[in-house]
Design a protein around this ligand. Sequence first.
Ligand code: FAD
Length: 451
Amino acid sequence: MAKRLIVIGGVAAGTSAASRARRVDPSLEIVLFEKGEYISYGACDEPYLMGGVIDKPERLLVRSPEEFRKKQNIDICLRHEVVRIIPEEKTVLVKNLNTAQTERFSYDALIIATGAKPRPLDVPGADARNFFQLKFYEQALSLYRFLNERNPKRAVSYGAGFIALEMAEAFHLRGIENTIINRSNRVGGRLEPEIEKEVKAILEEKGVRCQPETTIKEFVKDSSGMITRVVTDRGDFETDMVLCSIGVVPEVELAKSAGVKLGRTGAIAVNERMETSIPGIYAAGDCCETYNRVSGEPTYTPLGDIANKQGWVAGENAAGGNIIYPGALGSWSFKCFEMEVGATGLLASDAKRLGYDVFTNVIEHRSRTHAQPGSKKIIVKLVADKKTHKLLGAQLAGREGAALRINAVAVALYNQMTVDELANVDFAYAPPFSPVIDPILIAARDAVKSI
Ligand code: FAD
């Protein structure tokens, strides 16, 4: 009898795992259970759907269940929630959400790819019809419909992470006045202060109102159940809708109740083969921890590319292969209006905490040669170790060519290069793409001189 692989969760990690497993073992029976109505979609594009850059929601759907069935012989069961894992019996209990019936399935290998869920907000009024969180495709659909049908004029966002910033641009494109209320005075998440300053500047320039160090106490609803006023510890804000963007938490209850060990971040602990503490059970994506190659520590880094890569490794190994996930660098990027931000490696504050003798420098240069019309300012911040000159991290911000440039630094970081070595790398040059010496090389040269 064919061996059976069961995958729980059908977005980035789950579908990547199932696809990889199929490649490795064509004879494997693969069943994927997804409790939602959709699989294989690009959540990262949701803000661009809201802003009208992407013209219809269906464009976010990458592959249909039928395609998985026909092309890869992967059985996709939508609206099927795995309610229990019984490792001793190698079985799962699955509830069909259409019929409410529960069935038992045995497995030879199991991959948990249950992802993350929006961090809940315990504030009166958060059950309103115009209170939104943006994570699952279903949530994106309901926000999209509301924006089109209700045509709101004002939106309050709670939280100032990169998704709130991407949505600030989307609101702007729709002519919606946006106020970002935030408990801290930081925007954009894990940014160096010099990079964050650029992001704050563009928000101000575009008329996005930021209300830092403010906590929401209540959402006041009208008789139709819609929020009309947001009550905070620093006054009230009239609004037509609320977007709550206060982060995500790993979806680990199912794993935890089966006895799967969680790491200190609260996500599922995995080894480099993406194996959990229970033999035969793997985990991948936003539900599990990510090993950070630079710090050597497990981190919680819920990002789409990482989920995909971890899914690939889990799928390969669950199907009988033997590969490792080498860890992440903490590379990420986002765009807020014209401002591009790219980051990789450690923040200076992380490096200090880890005991490095930290060197940092910040340089300002241009995206292209001075003669090129429209070339833009680029800020580069490098973090390095004073003793070894080893590169530890970098962040870039600019209105052109900043986000993708970070990948060159990521390659250097992956290979544990020093700033001296980075300064000598032969970057390509042509005026439409960069100045004669690229801003990254300028920053590395500056570091070599001043370290
Ligand atoms: P998820 O996408 O959370 O999927 C998990 C699935 O498991 C869900 O569909 C859930 O219904 C299902 N599930 C859970 N429990 C069960 C159960 N018991 N039974 C059956 N099914 C279950 N990342 C980037 O790298 N770059 C970006 O620019 C970026 N932008 C983003 C923008 C937005 C608006 C959002 C929301 C996310 C963004 N991300 C980005 C993050 C990225 O989308 C996630 O890291 C990625 O979706 C994680 O995939 P996953 O498969 O691990 O988990």
